[in-house]
Design a protein around this ligand. Structure first.
Ligand code: ZN
Length: 259
């Protein structure tokens, strides 16, 4: 039986998919996907996300934003373009935004300014945020708590511990799991995944990165492979994959305000 799946984070707008987009989309449909959120990381990839969402309406959707590691190279004009793109048809989220303490491409102060800017854009447009976190969970929670109001959103490719998950849930956020969940050493992450209330759960591939087991290391990852993460998540929670696919897809539709 085919599962009804939604990949909430894929970079189909990157060069890795330039020549294979049609096939990747077809394989996704065959694997039971009903939607894919294509994520921008800078001005150019945000524009590309809008273009390919327009080419596959009702199946590909776009998130536009400047990823924290791209912020240092972004100009005011790039931020302006993201604002403009936010109004395009097919755009269902702002991001990815957030903070990254692993790479030092962008000074933290600048990352925080961009994150604030994206949050403001979420409030203006009513679109949800897609949050990138890498060794930066506590700073993200602090910055969100300083906001006048916190837009709905998702912590993408969640890798934090249980206390951080509880704080994110407390802020009203969804929690999305990627291929890392399936890795042999991810026992702690699987335990976190078992306690997230089901109406806040999402799955994603983060394509072309992070192929799930049993395809780990085989790149590029692609949306059709989200099934492995979903099955792992269902196993951890002791529910059927069919049931959890339905729940997570419904969650994605709710977060992205899809019919
Ligand atoms: Zn990403």
């Amino acid at each position: 039986m085919t599962l009804e799946l939604f990949d909430t984070h894929a970079h189909l707008n990157l060069d890795a998919f330039e020549d294979s987009l049609d096939e990747v989309v077809s394989r996704g449909r065959e694997a039971g996907l009903v939607g894919i959120l294509v994520i921008g990381i800078d001005a150019a990839t945000s524009r590309r996300a809008c273009d390919i969402a327009a080419a596959y309406p009702g199946f590909l959707y776009a998130a536009v934003g400047i990823q924290p590691n791209s912020a240092a190279e972004a100009s005011e004009a790039d931020l302006g373009l993201v604002r403009e793109l936010a109004g395009y048809p097919g755009v269902r989220a702002i991001g990815e935004t957030g903070l990254d303490c692993y790479w030092d491409d962008t000074p933290m102060e600048l990352q925080q300014r961009f994150f604030d800017d994206h949050l403001q854009l979420c409030r203006e447009t009513g679109l949800p945020m897609v949050i990138h976190m890498r060794e930066s969970g506590d700073l993200i929670v602090e910055q969100l708590r300083r906001q006048s109001s916190i837009p709905p959103g998702v912590m993408h490719s969640f890798t934090g511990d249980r206390p951080l998950a509880l704080q994110c849930l407390d802020l009203g956020l969804y929690i999305s799991f990627a291929g890392m969940l399936t890795f042999k050493k991810s026992d702690e992450l699987r335990e976190v995944a078992s306690i997230v209330p089901e109406h806040r759960l999402l799955v994603e591939t983060d394509s072309p990165y992070l192929s799930p087991e049993p395809l780990r290391g085989r790149r590029p990852n692609e949306p059709a492979r989200v099934e492995h993460t979903l099955r792992c998540l269902a196993d951890v929670r002791g529910v059927s994959p069919e049931y959890l696919a339905g729940v997570t897809t419904e969650n994605a539709r709710r977060l992205l305000q899809l019919p």
